[in-house]
Ligand binder design. Structure first.
Ligand code: BGC
Ligand code: BGC
Length: 937
């Protein structure tokens, strides 16, 4: 247990006395709605929940396809001095160099400082870059090729700017609360859609030669109190997301497993606490879940100032602290000099520092950073857009050329237009769409159609909601190279067709709106109304929304605009640019609203993309990546807006368990307005011919054997004079260095408590060989989890007149009493000609059919009936069948941790290996239809 954990635990019981009188089931107002509770979550999602200590921190071994990168990294790190190793682990301080995060360098070996730069949708703080659709919008394409394409193009732009790590993608927040401020940066509250989108993005970014940093790990589900509750003291009081083990595995960890399996080389630990232990020093989530169970071979980077200790964090698995200083520009650091001291005095063992360095350098080799360098990198400055400026911006030092203004956009504009159109979701259409282009008068309404009067980049970090919404706010942004507004694109289209076009972009010009609506209707024209809802990161407040949204309504009194307009115009088409679900009740059933489109957060080509859809140049094929309900209460869980634990960490109990978004609607018996997975087309599709093919696969066995003992690379001399600040370096004020200030360690630390007698967590110094955990053994977890057990096929027919895309979706019911009604497990986006058919084919893996068992700490397949559904949304599932589980069941019926499953190889016995080998030799190739049981006889 770390010092922080000790302090917190001491504080917690006192703090909770005051909250214990809350009604059972909803201990904290507005965090969870009545009846939303998952029985499996009860024991875990409680106030004051603690996080078990897990030590030692696993050393990277080059598992999976990391072997070559590790071999190179070991050679490299073997040559390093102590301070050179420390330099890799520590940022030089906020705004001390040109990127948002910068490590030290190793000039002796020609190793440049690493540049870490936001964001998940493009290069932040740079010019001549592209603004891609946001995560939630690319997710709405449900298209693996586009996930990858966007990742690759973003990665290429980062590479050309000289960036080593792109700080994205995002799968935390997952999207537990509909109003969560940063949900739009991520993909979807469904872990499978999020996981697949994340994995393809990671591969794309890294194939372009740039490191991806999947973030924020983990349970960083809201902005309120992410860094502390007011009044914050020393950052100790960040919100605690309290979660049980089943929910952790079946929901929140799931997409991170996909990221690790896809090879993400870096993971950013988050600001919040998990079960009352800070994310970046949480040994359970970092050492155990990520590095042990998920076999993560890359490095953990802190979120910006999310590090709250030195030795504790290092022992709990943190590998790199960013931006290096304790608080922005504090000039102090938990790593840097202090990590050097900690290694010299033995509180951080050399093997742990060597592991940090090896993980970072292996990551660098894994994506071939050496082969992807550009001249004078980084060739931009985050802190000024002027050509010349200070290299050390905070210190106002080294005035030089800092921006080369290199245009890195390539042909990405065309890709972005197609991606945004593909992610546009048609929610309602009574025949108004597509527009013929022959309308005599086309009218556009709403601020959201027009440009921000201050220009597309007029508000820093997009921290305002002016004009058309094409990006949320915060660090998850990029500067627009241009922004095509709906107004200009639709106007250009109408004029090219010889039509007439007018607009009113003042939402409050009620009589003018009504008058134009009336004239448009009288000539049989189209009225297109644009509305939005915005959110972002908590350090910016827009219209009283502190990151998280205050409500789910559409901004700018849009309901009134629509009411006004529809009173006059019987052909009103509503287009929504929103960061997530919004309440559409006031107009959804209105017959004069002839179409509704969710156009997401589309990026720079917004206007062109929506015009392509409206005029039928692109047939909409996007599907909702979340549920649209009629009230926020239906989602089962919500933002914790008020601190509920005095000055201590607010307690956010994830009582709803796995029941978020559509799973909550199903459980609570709510009928969504527009369900998860829904999306219409200008054609229609029918589903038929469901078939299931069973595959033989090796038995689910635990990885065999143990790790080797912790390796060290090179020897660390304890002659302190060799680490004192070198006379040859000009010391920059307030810059973070690895050097000692004097030959005395205690004097160098400057810490009055230096040398205090403290017992570090049991096992944290254990460098002996360790067993692999049963669910682990390789990046992404036990490889057997990804064995394909079944392939489901179905025939999809385009029954309409135009070519169109259909996203066929495969859902499963796991059969246990406490399982969700259905969970998404696979999907494919198919382009089908009119009258033609296509075959939907989707694999089901062992993981897809498993539940998590806390007692055995492993996945198991229960004997409960597994039902498969195929259809066009989470509620339109015309095809269904059950799976023949004979031969693959690894647990009791019902399961879900109520009784320990009879897992055959829960220890790391050698039986695991031999049975895996024999079953795989007995198995037939994928594609066969032999009975499963034959492989196990
Ligand atoms: C955000 C991260 C971001 C970092 C650097 C943090 O506040 O949470 O997502 O990468 O800042 O800008
Ligand atoms: C920075 C962001 C960072 C945030 C942390 C802002 O000043 O621009 O990068 O995410 O602070 O709260």
């Amino acid at each position: 247990m770390t010092i922080m954990q000790t302090l917190l635990l001491a504080a917690v019981p006192l703090a909770f006395a005051q909250t214990q009188t809350q009604p059972a089931g909803s201990p904290f107002p507005s965090s969870t709605y009545e009846n939303a509770t998952d029985p499996r979550a009860q024991a875990g999602a409680v106030s004051g929940q603690t996080s078990p200590p897990k030590y030692p921190s696993p050393w990277g071994e080059g598992l999976g396809d990391w072997e070559a990168a590790y071999a190179q990294a070991r050679d490299f790190v073997s040559q390093l001095t102590l301070t050179e190793k420390v330099n890799l682990t520590t940022g030089v301080g906020w705004q001390s160099e040109k990127c948002v995060g910068n490590t030290g360098s190793i000039p002796r070996l020609g190793f440049k400082a690493l540049c870490m730069q936001d964001s998940p949708l493009g290069v932040r703080f740079a010019d001549f870059v592209s603004a891609f659709p946001a995560g939630g919008t690319i997710a709405a394409t449900w298209d693996r090729k586009l996930f990858y394409q966007r990742g690759y193009s973003m990665g290429s732009e980062h590479k050309e700017k000289g960036i080593d790590a792109q700080l994205g993608p995002v799968v935390g927040p997952l999207g537990r609360q509909a109003a969560g401020g940063r949900n739009w940066e991520g993909f979807s509250p469904d872990p499978v859609l999020a996981g697949i989108a994340c994995a393809e993005t990671v591969k794309g970014i890294q194939d372009a030669g740039v490191m991806s940093t999947t973030k924020h790990y983990i349970l960083n589900e809201q902005e309120h109190f992410r860094q502390g509750a007011p009044p914050a003291s020393l950052g100790l009081n960040a919100i605690s997301s309290n979660v049980d083990d089943v929910t952790m595995h079946e929901l929140y960890l799931w997409p991170f497993a996909d990221a690790v399996r896809a090879g993400t080389v870096s993971i950013m630990c988050s600001y919040n606490q998990i079960n009352n232990s800070q994310a970046c020093q949480n040994s359970y989530t970092q050492n155990y879940l990520l590095k042990n169970e998920l076999g993560f071979q890359g490095f953990i980077m802190s979120d910006w100032a999310a590090t709250h200790s030195g030795v504790s964090s290092a022992l709990a698995g943190l590998d790199q602290t960013m931006p290096g200083d304790i608080a922005f520009n504090s000039g102090t650091t938990y790593f840097g000099t202090n990590l050097t001291i900690a290694v010299l005095n033995g509180t951080v063992p050399q093997w742990r520092l060597d592991d940090m360095a090896v993980r970072i350098i292996a990551a660098w080799y894994y994506v071939d950073r050496p082969g992807n360098q550009v001249a004078d990198a980084p060739n931009f400055s985050s802190w000024t857009s002027d050509t010349d400026g200070f290299r050390h911006y905070y210190q106002s030092l080294d005035y030089q050329r800092v921006n080369d203004h290199i245009d890195v956009r390539g042909n990405h504009g065309a890709e972005i237009r197609a991606q945004a159109a593909a992610g546009t979701v048609l929610l309602k259409n009574t025949g108004a769409l597509p527009l013929s282009g022959k309308e005599q008068l086309t009218s556009v309404f709403g601020e959201d159609a027009a440009e921000n009067p201050l220009g597309p980049n007029g508000c820093s970090d997009r921290g305002c909601d002016e004009g058309t919404l094409a990006m949320g706010w915060g660090s998850g942004t990029a500067n627009f190279p241009y922004l095509v507004t709906p107004l200009e694109a639709i106007k250009a289209e109408v004029l090219s067709n010889g039509g007439s076009f007018e607009s009113v972009t003042d939402n409050y010009a009620y009589s003018t709106i009504a008058a134009l609506g009336r004239r448009t209707a009288q000539v049989g024209g189209a009225c297109i109304a644009f509305g939005n809802a915005d959110s972002g990161e908590g350090y910016i407040t827009v219209d009283n929304n502190t990151g998280d949204r205050n409500n789910l309504t559409i901004w700018g009194d849009f309901d009134l605009l629509v009411a006004n307009l529809t009173a006059q115009c019987n052909n009103t088409i509503v287009v929504l640019h929103t960061v997530g679900p919004v309440i559409t009740n006031s107009f959804v059933e209105n017959p004069n609203v002839t179409a509704i489109i969710w156009a997401g957060i589309p990026g720079q080509e917004s206007g062109n993309a929506i015009t392509d859809i409206l005029f039928g140049k692109v047939n909409p094929g996007g599907k909702l990546p979340f549920t649209i309900g009629s009230s926020r209460g239906e989602y089962g869980t919500d933002i914790l807006y008020e601190p509920n634990n005095g000055n201590n960490s607010p307690q956010d109990n994830f009582e709803e368990g796995i029941f978020i978004d559509y799973r909550a609607f199903d459980k609570l018996g709510e009928t969504p307005v527009f369900e998860f997975g829904l999306g219409l087309s200008y054609t229609t599709f029918s589903y038929s011919d469901l078939a299931v093919q069973a595959h033989s696969a090796p038995a689910y066995t635990a990885p065999s054997g143990n790790t080797g003992p912790a390796p060290t690379y090179g020897t660390v001399s304890n002659i302190t004079s060799s680490y004192v600040f070198p006379a040859s370096i000009d010391r920059i004020w307030n810059y973070i260095y690895p050097y000692l200030n004097s030959t005395s360690l205690s004097a160098s630390s400057g810490d009055p408590a230096y040398g205090i007698n403290y017992t570090w967590p049991a096992g944290s110094y254990d460098s002996s060989s360790q067993p692999y955990v049963a669910a682990g053994g390789a990046p992404g977890g036990n490889p057997r989890l990804y064995d394909v057990l079944f392939t489901v096929t179905a025939t999809i027919t385009n029954t309409g007149d135009v070519v169109g895309d259909e996203v066929a979706q495969l859902y499963v019911n796991l059969g246990g009493a406490d399982d969700a009604k259905v969970v998404l497990r696979n999907f494919d986006r198919l382009t089908i000609q009119p009258g033609a058919t296509a075959t939907f084919s989707a694999d089901i893996t062992r993981r897809d059919l498993s539940n998590w068992d806390s007692a055995s700490q492993n996945w198991f397949i229960s004997s409960a009936t597994k039902t498969v559904f195929v259809g066009s949304s989470s509620r339109k599932l015309p095809l269904t069948t059950t799976l023949d589980l004979s031969g693959i069941v690894t647990g009791p019926s019902g399961g879900n941790g109520t009784a320990p499953p009879t897992y055959p190889h829960s220890s790391t016995s050698s039986a695991g290996t031999s049975s895996a080998e024999s079953s795989s030799s007995a198995s037939t190739s994928v594609g066969s239809t032999v009975s499963l049981s034959s492989a196990y006889s």
